[in-house]
Design a protein around this ligand. Structure first.
Ligand code: SF4
Ligand code: SF4
Length: 238
């Protein structure tokens, strides 16, 4: 089961891991060597249409995709992360998986979509209209230092993650134990693979109350969608 931002959507999911959808088993590749989802042509992969579940889905940053107002991949200098690193406009650690416009995998093929760009989008890709995820502000009555260990609001305590894992408030790791940090930093430092973030993680519990914070089925305290930790697992793996 996947939830997008604060809304729940029930979905069937199957395997994908690492820095691209490399566990898909159909074997057909596009011109850049990316494995195409089963039954999807190279042309569909590049320009769409994407499956219905993505058409008007919400992105990690809460933007609804409008299929009539999208850029082509060429228009936005879309590229894989390795190529992006050669682009002066790219900043280390930035990839689709921590972009406000990214729409996470809805159907288990390992790919997502984008609220700004047409076609299938891998979390490890990047383009020139990358948008930083909004940083949640410290909730009223709390200090920044308290966020890591604070009890999360009632709606999150035993909630299911976006891949359907129930949170057990008695069995959670601390931020320190799992090296919780910002995903952009973790990727730039080589600790995380491009595309890894809480937003693309199976354990993430998206915002339930509009404060833009989330929570985690494995880690205590407040968790932001742009964070990352060593327990990261792609939502498609669940
Ligand atoms: S980096 Fe570009 S293609 Fe990737 S999610 Fe963001 S806007 Fe879309
Ligand atoms: S990356 Fe870590 S903190 Fe973030 S949702 Fe996944 S398990 Fe939780």
């Amino acid at each position: 089961m996947i939830q997008l931002t604060s809304s729940a959507a029930l979905l069937g999911l199957a395997g994908c891991a690492g820095d691209s959808p490399d566990d898909t088993e159909n074997g057909t590749e596009d011109g850049d060597g990316e494995e195409l989802p089963d039954g999807v042509s190279e042309s569909e992969f590049e320009t769409g249409p994407v499956p219905e579940a993505y058409m008007r889905a919400m992105s990690l940053g809460g933007e609804q995709r409008n299929p009539d107002e999208l850029s082509t991949k060429n228009e936005v200098t879309f590229s894989e992360y390795d190529e992006a690193e050669e682009n002066a406009a790219h900043q280390p650690g930035r990839s689709c998986g921590n972009c406000a416009d990214y729409i996470i995998d809805q159907n288990g093929d390992g790919y997502g979509a984008c609220a700004e760009v047409e076609g299938y989008i891998d979390r490890a890709d990047w383009c020139a209209v990358y948008e930083v995820l909004p940083e949640p502000s410290v909730p009223d009555g709390m200090t920044e230092d308290e966020l890591a260990t604070a009890e999360v609001p009632e709606g999150y305590r035993t909630a299911d993650s976006q891949a359907g894992e129930a949170r057990d408030p008695e069995n959670l790791a601390s931020h320190g134990e799992v090296n919780l940090t910002e995903s952009v930093e973790a990727i730039a430092d080589g600790d995380a693979a491009p595309g890894e973030s809480c937003g693309t993680c199976a354990e993430f519990i998206p915002d339930q109350n509009g404060d833009t914070w989330g929570a985690c089925a494995k880690v205590e305290g407040y968790i932001a969608v742009e964070d990352w930790c060593t327990l990261w697992e792609h939502v498609s793996e669940a």
